[in-house]
Design a protein around this ligand. Structure first.
Ligand code: NAD
Length: 351
């Protein structure tokens, strides 16, 4: 193998291979990127182990990876916003730009979205990758490539907390302390939440939540959501103004609704089973709004500003580091549930 463009290709369920692929050429409006850091997301692991997520089914080999940063190495025709050598974070979804969702500013809902490592579109866990220039965000010199890659999950939290409408002094419940719950803690705090209470089944994840600024943690030990609700209310002194559900677990969804004040908002970030039982009458008569989110929209600039200004520190999220050549080992560690965020370095100079 010459390792001209070493790439992590998922051929089919449970068949991830490191392949040497041709270096792609940037088309008009695109840039060729020399990849630097790529974080592993739960969805990458799920495609590897299940070959599908909901209606997105792996039908042909696909490159994994979508939480990424890079250096611009070649400009396609007409690109003026970037130059060779620029350090960038990559927003992984490029929408059609023409449909009503795109034109009205909700491009995350575009039906023709080309999103890295969502079938049939390739991701960017590789040495080289091509992306649309206007979905690359220039990183200031003091923002690291790992932070650049973490703009992706942080953008999910920016969108979730926007949809939650968090106001100065609010109390916020975050259910689930995986990477997505953790970035929601950081973002809720940065938006002025007075107190953030976090739930999880796992004590070590709650430890990390505390380290990142959670004021209270509640370990979920009962299958009865009302037991968890009582512990949350004891911690916060009342129900929460806003709940952000980041576990996808059905009992946690019930907890989120019951633990939110009348007139409050529950944001569904976690994606679990398609059909779940929910206390809709309780939510309805108490005017608890239940809002979904899908990825993010126009959130990369905000996420970058939060990191660049020091308002949030995502660095502690990275617990494990691997080289591109070791990607399969990295995915095995992610499958075992090790650590919080596993980062893969594609940088040959760091090898
Ligand atoms: P993760 O699996 O690492 O974290 C989930 C956490 O929830 C774990 O720590 C787990 O212990 C905890 N948990 C499980 N059951 C629980 C319960 N009953 N109560 C409280 N906590 C419980 O996943 P992640 O990477 O942090 O992502 C979280 C969720 O967000 C996933 O469902 C993912 O698919 C979803 N997600 C959604 C979007 C979107 O656009 N809506 C974007 C990114 C991720």
């Amino acid at each position: 193998m010459t390792d001209i463009n070493l790439t992590a290709v998922l051929f089919e369920q449970n068949d991830l291979r490191m392949e040497d692929c041709p270096i792609p050429s940037p088309g008009p409006g695109q840039v060729l990127l020399e990849m630097k850091e790529v974080g592993i997301c739960g969805s990458d692991v799920h495609y590897w182990t299940h070959g599908r997520i909901g209606d997105f089914v792996l039908e042909a080999p696909m490159v994994l990876g979508h939480e990424a940063s890079a250096v611009v190495s070649k400009l396609g025709e007409g690109v003026t916003s970037l130059k060779v050598g620029d350090r960038v974070a990559i927003e992984p979804g490029v929408p059609c730009r023409r449909c009503n969702y795109c034109k009205t500013g909700r491009y995350n809902l575009c039906l023709d979205m080309k999103f890295c490592a969502t079938p049939p579109y390739d991701g960017n866990l590789a040495r080289f990758y091509v992306h649309d220039a206007d979905f690359c965000f220039k990183l200031p010199d003091h923002v690291t490539f790992e932070e650049g890659a973490l703009l992706e999950p942080l953008s999910v939290a920016v969108h979730a907390t926007n949809r939650a409408g968090i106001k100065l002094g609010n109390t916020v419940l975050v259910c689930g302390a995986g990477p997505i719950g953790l970035v929601n803690i950081l973002t809720a705090k940065a938006k002025g939440a007075a107190f953030v209470c976090v739930t999880d089944l796992d004590a070590s994840r709650l430890e990390m939540a505390k380290k990142l600024g959670a004021d209270f943690t509640v370990q979920v030990t009962s299958r009865d959501p009302l037991v968890t609700v009582q512990a949350i209310e004891e911690a916060l002194g009342d129900k929460a103004d806003v709940a952000i559900e980041c576990s996808g677990a059905a009992p946690s969804l019930k907890t989120a609704i019951y633990a939110t004040k009348s007139g409050g908002v529950v944001v569904l970030v976690g994606l679990g089973q398609e059909m779940v039982e929910m206390p809709v009458v309780n939510a309805g008569v108490r005017e608890v709004d239940i809002r979904g989110i899908f990825r993010y929209v126009n959130c990369y600039p905000t996420a970058l500003a939060m990191i660049a200004s020091g308002k949030v520190d995502v660095k502690p999220l990275v617990t494990h580091r691997y080289k591109l050549e070791e990607s399969i080992k990295a995915f095995e560690a992610a499958k075992r549930g090790e650590g919080i965020k596993i980062m893969i370095s594609c940088d040959r100079k760091k090898q």
